[in-house]
Design a protein around this ligand. Structure first.
Ligand code: F6P
Length: 320
């Protein structure tokens, strides 16, 4: 292999830049040229390739977002879009591709490798942490810390006003982000899609708590488990416990990556290049028990990454 390409796709996550840097500099150290593809799979279709050097990735390890920009490409889901993408990769003489992204990205990467026989390795990166085959995705821990910072601040005002605060965090259909944020923030209730809950039970417990003198509460809700505004309204109406809500939203996607994510991204980006150069394709790199591991890309959706129920139980005990 003489030249490879790299792209970032789907929801950006803090640490993507550190992964791009690791890909570019590892490849260069192996004597391989690198092309950056702008805007993910959309850029592959549009032929948005840029040459990358060691200096194109200097000063980015500490920045969130992605210098290659990101997109969710509708056209790439079509056969024509994929054909065009592969034609462009060949025209630019790229012999392999490294994708950096979450579950949607994995599907696109697998399509290229399995259906079009183009060598691809994926680095899992999403704040949702919903990718099997890796304990952590790039960006997850930074997003937890960002949401946690919001919760710490909300706790101050919740306590001052004896209020319930319902805080909604991202995570798509998964509760990892809500669970970690709730546990770290000492939330009284954590609502995640994986564990059914009844609002009536929560209201009853809030009232019981009030009788014991617990005048403020934080409820962390995963976006896949409910709507913070509706939950707060229901609590106001059902038990007249004054409630407010906060949707943290895209704030969780930005900001400087934490040390953990920078190191993870550096390790995974570098491992992805080495895997591609060794002739492997249709694979993902991951980190399991602090070791770099390799799985077929499809492993990431054929296996469900369950939330850690022991953490949920722990959070319940610690917040009671
Ligand atoms: O997958 C990352 C993520 O931030 C999810 O947590 C969220 O549901 C989604 O992306 C939001 O997507 P968009 O930025 O397209 O609104």
């Amino acid at each position: 292999m003489k030249r490879i390409a790299v792209l970032t796709s789907g929801g950006d996550a803090p640490g993507m830049n550190a992964a791009i840097r690791a890909v570019v500099r590892t490849a260069i150290s192996e004597g391989i040229e690198v092309l950056g593809v702008m805007r993910g799979f959309e850029g592959l279709i549009q032929g948005q390739f840029i040459p990358m050097t060691a200096s194109s990735v200097s000063g980015i390890v500490n920045h969130g977002g992605t210098i290659l920009k990101s997109a969710r490409s509708v056209d790439f889901k079509t056969e024509d879009g994929q054909r065009k993408a592969v034609e462009n990769l060949r025209q630019y003489e790229a012999e392999g591709l490294i994708t950096i992204g979450g579950s949607g990205t994995s599907h696109g990467a697998h399509n290229l490798a399995a259906d079009w026989h183009f060598p691809v390795v994926n680095c899992p990166s999403t704040i949702d942490n919903d990718v099997a085959g890796t304990d952590n995705t790039i960006g997850f821990y930074t997003a937890v810390s960002t949401a946690l910072d919001a919760i710490d601040r909300i706790r101050d005002t919740a306590t001052a006003y004896d209020r319930v605060f319902v805080v909604e965090v991202m995570g798509r259909d998964a509760g990892h982000l809500a669970l970690y944020t709730g546990l770290a923030g000492g939330a009284e209730y954590i609502l995640i899609p994986e564990i059914p809950y009844k609002l009536d039970d929560i209201c009853e417990n809030l009232l019981k708590g009030k009788k014991r003198g617990k005048m403020s509460n934080i409820i962390v809700v995963a976006e896949g488990a409910g709507d913070a505004a509706e939950i707060a309204k229901a609590i106001n109406e059902k038990i007249k416990f004054e409630s407010r809500y906060l949707v943290i939203g895209h704030l969780q996607r930005g900001g400087p990556p934490e040390a953990f994510d920078r190191i993870l991204a550096s390790r995974l980006g570098s491992a992805a290049v080495k895997l591609l150069l060794s002739g492997e394709s249709d694979k993902m790199v991951g980190i399991e028990k602090n070791e770099i591991t390799v799985h077929p890309i499809a492993y990431s959706w054929e296996n469900k990454k369950n939330v850690d129920l022991s953490l949920f139980e722990l959070a319940k005990i610690l917040s009671s």
